[in-house]
Design a protein around this ligand. Structure first.
Ligand code: ARG
Length: 563
């Protein structure tokens, strides 16, 4: 039940059709203090239209308003304040949560339409950095939100597995590489070779020449070049998959840049045929001045394709293969201009899904103030951060709950959850400085804090030794309980909004608020007292537990029952 809708309808009816419910729906507010009711309508927004002073309007409307659905409606200055019937709302909301369980908040807005999500997309032979973490966990959460809103997401890992850097890597490997080293710790050694290449080519320019030749060979299908490239790709992917497994993230496809090699000529031909390709200092470009953008460089003067050439092929492939209503790119905000160009080119080409192309940018991440870069070897590795986080979680659990049965697994769920939550609680676009110690605290705005509230709710339910309730009769309504009921009621709307704005932080913030409200209730209420409201209190606890778990699931975070 959408109570905002009820208020909007009641107000609209009271105006005798002068305004419609949809006109005012968005204007309905939640008062700062609950003494002013649960929802409020600011009448001054009607002053112009009704040619009257706000206070006058409020007084007139309150006479006419149908109060069936409310316990009372009162005027305070220019506001109409609505008080909901708390028992009625509680029965309805808790009934819904307890019956629908993890499907509470599901909707069919997406009508089963497909959405492609370009996410994670690390570069082969380089470590997955904390930067790629953001794309992976944001994309994963958006995919879960899309499913919950009735869409069919397709998660595509657009691996950076092609480009001139492979010429450098092959050159470096043949000069300084060792097969056993690469087998033992692929990414570590491949990065070492790459760094050494960049170090030495400052003194020795012939290295660059050699690298160019190797890349040319690779493009021409030279067996030695192709075999090395395939091997680098395979061992890198194995290493990435270990990280994905830890994070609990999977993909539907791994169609990296190289997947589109055979389609590039077709892209160039189509652009030329459509009259979109122009020569500019020997290179081929698409003019985007009508979009106020710099020209998009499609082919270099030596005929080499570029990142955007492959992205055009990718978008066409997705269009033809999946017919998506939206094609999302979860990529850092430093590529914002690039995606504007990509979208503009695709629009000029008349690609059907171009209108639904959305770049979902996110801000830079630093770890304890340290920037991330591969070239200079100053890198913070995601794997190391996860391992460290799990270790910290182990120590916390050993101190807090030494008798816990499956300690190892819980530590992993808490350690990994802390990293994911620590990222997703921030608005996407904000830069984050990630502090592991901070994110692992059981108090504060952390994943473990939410997990702990859920585990606490589960432990109450377990101690009760009662069949789990599916409805309530008469919940003792304290302020704490009413706050929780209203939050639970708000979950479906939060799920919609987070999806519409591609903003997992809305779910994370919601989970923090609900966990906090529950902890307050827990501190003030004797839940397990054996009286005739026990069942109703357990129903509330059960509903909180279900919704916390579902909110965490939407973020890709586990919710252990004990910790
Ligand atoms: N591999 C790129 C990088 O690490 C990201 C690729 C994003 N996806 C795309 N279709 N361009 O910066």
């Amino acid at each position: 039940m959408d109570y905002k809708q009820l208020v909007a309808t009641a107000v609209a009816d009271a105006t005798d059709g002068q305004v419609t419910a949809s006109d005012i729906y968005e204007k309905i507010e939640v008062p700062k203090t609950s003494q002013n009711g649960d929802l409020a309508f600011p009448t001054f927004i009607l002053a112009k239209q009704l040619h009257a002073a706000p206070q006058q309007i409020a007084k007139k409307l309150v006479e006419k308003i149908d109060t069936t659905n409310f316990s009372k409606v009162v005027v305070v200055g220019p506001y109409l304040n609505f008080f909901l019937d708390q028992q009625q709302v509680a029965q309805q909301v808790l009934g819904e949560v307890l019956v629908e369980k993890n499907h509470y908040g599901d909707n069919e807005d997406g009508h089963d339409q497909t959405v492609t999500i370009d996410m994670s997309s690390p570069n082969i032979a380089k470590p997955m950095s904390m930067g790629h973490l953001r794309s992976t966990v944001i994309g994963n959460s958006i995919a879960k939100l899309l499913s919950k809103n009735g869409y069919r997401p397709i998660k595509d890992n657009h691996l950076g597995d092609w480009g001139t850097q492979f010429g450098k890597l092959i050159t470096a490997y043949l000069k300084w590489g060792n097969e056993d080293d690469v087998k033992r710790d692929p990414i570590h050694y491949l990065v070492q070779y790459y760094i050494r290449f960049h170090h030495e080519d400052e003194q020795d320019p012939t290295l660059d020449e050699e690298a160019r030749e190797w890349f040319k060979k690779l493009e021409d299908g030279d067996p030695e070049a192709v075999q090395l490239w395939k091997w680098f790709r395979e061992v890198s992917l194995q290493a990435f998959n270990q990280t994905y497994q830890k994070l609990g993230v999977s993909f539907d496809t791994y169609n990296g840049e190289s997947f589109y090699n055979d389609a590039l000529q077709g892209v160039v031909d189509t652009l030329r045929k459509d009259g979109l390709l122009e020569k500019s200092q020997g290179a081929s470009v698409v003019d985007l001045s009508s979009d106020n953008l710099n020209p998009a460089l499609i082919l270099k003067s030596d005929g080499a394709s570029l990142y955007i050439t492959r992205d055009i092929a990718t978008a066409i492939y997705r269009d033809q293969t999946y017919h998506p209503v939206m094609n999302l790119y979860v990529v850092g905000s430093e590529q914002t201009y690039y995606f504007k160009q990509l979208k503009a080119v695709l629009k000029k080409m008349g690609l059907k899904s171009a209108a639904g192309l959305h770049h979902i940018p996110f801000g830079l991440i630093t770890v304890n103030g340290k920037k991330l870069s591969t070239r200079h070897g100053n890198i913070v590795l995601l794997n190391e951060v996860l391992a460290e986080s799990i270790k910290l979680a182990q120590a916390q659990i050993a101190a807090k709950n030494p008798d816990l049965k499956n300690k190892e697994q819980v530590a992993e769920e808490v350690g990994v959850g802390a990293v994911i939550f620590g990222d997703l609680k921030n608005e996407r676009i904000d830069p984050i400085d990630f502090n592991l110690q901070e994110q692992l605290k059981f108090e504060g705005e952390t994943g473990p804090y939410v997990q702990y509230a859920h585990a606490r709710a589960e432990s109450v339910l377990k101690k009760a030794h009662q069949p789990l309730p599916t409805k309530i009769t008469q919940l003792t309504m304290t302020d704490d309980a009413w706050t929780i009921i209203k939050m639970l009621q708000n979950f479906p709307a939060t799920v919609r909004r987070a999806n519409r704005e591609f903003e997992p932080s809305m779910i994370a913030k919601y989970a923090l608020r609900l966990a906090k409200a529950f902890n307050k209730y827990y501190a003030h209420t004797k839940i397990l007292t054996d009286d005739d409201q026990l069942n109703d209190r357990l129903a509330l606890v059960q509903a909180v537990s279900l919704v916390l778990k579902e909110a965490l699931r939407l973020l890709g975070v586990q919710a252990p029952d004990e910790m």
